[in-house]
Design a protein around this ligand. Sequence first.
Ligand SMILES: [Zn+2]
Length: 102
Amino acid sequence: MNIVTGILSIVLAYIIFDTGIYFGYYGYPIDLGIFRIPLSIMFLIFGLYMIFKRKNNLFNKKEKYLICPKCKESFSILDLKDSICPTCNIITIDIDEYYKNK
Ligand SMILES: [Zn+2]
């Protein structure tokens, strides 16, 4: 959904930049004049942000791992319920935080 919004935003940025006309909520064209450049840049940045944000979220979810401080077992965040170690029944910690404090 964010990717669709991002692409639409970039297309809109191109139309505004190319024609200098923005079709508002009521359907009639508004001549933007000099404002077409900052407005198209704004839509372009918003579009890229939406696409990049989505990619980043997928990456983070995939790479997140937890470790149990007692038995030293590591788990994917997707396999654990409420971040609790199934063997020791205690809260696990982020694997990056664990090695940072060593
Ligand atoms: Zn454990």
